[in-house]
Design a protein around this ligand. Sequence first.
Ligand code: FPP
Length: 249
Amino acid sequence: MATQPVEVNLPDQLALDRLPRHIAIIMDGNGRWAKRRRLPRIAGHRAGIKAVRQVVETCARLGVPYLTLYAFSIENWKRPHTEIKLLMGLLREYLKKEIEELNRQNIRLLVIGRIQDLPEAVLKDLQNALDQTRKNTGLHLVLALNYGARAELVDAVREIVARARRNGTIEIDEPLLSSYLYTSGLPDPDLLIRTSGELRLSNFLLWQAAYAELWVTETLWPDFTQKDLYQSIADFQRRERRYGGLGLS
Ligand code: FPP
């Protein structure tokens, strides 16, 4: 996909040596963005892809190691069939068109969710994009697809129980449970961004976001720009993270 490279016009207050290691984003407000313009909802999702491109490229250029985007939740199947079909189409389009650009920017694509339940055609394009970006060593771009945090925990517990049945016994602690989640091997998110002003986690990374710093903006996702991303990171860098302790080091 031929796109203009994103300029990294760094604001002074941003410290590159204290970037969040993992940013996770609930991209909300595509429908409202479209409604305000009297456009069909899918136009909002299409505009949302532009914002995805800008945020992905900015994170890659800044040197943020992990970015997770909530692209399709398990609950999203409740939407009208036509919207789901168009969303899946957009996703396939993104996966096919973007591989070249992801490789050029050394971005590795990863995925979390009940992937096996996605339509076969999506699965095929997804597998292809995962394979073709496997060797990249820059930003890890994690797409949450058919993702739900409760389903993730249920899947983990099922697998742990199956292993216990095979092995007779199993010691369960936090690292073990983490290792059975879809995010096994990924660091927990440090900064969780939600657009469009809703104050909810919406079944996103419930276990992993236990100590994430939350940042909510009224901006609708298609209007989210590099400037908003910088502002969220600058705010993150001003916060004191205590993880339940007293914060004295
Ligand atoms: C929420 O907006 C957004 C989604 C359910 C889908 C997000 C998808 C994209 C941005 C495009 C595909 C993404 C990738 C990574 C290719 P909403 O429809 O719930 O908005 P509303 O709350 O205003 O109705």
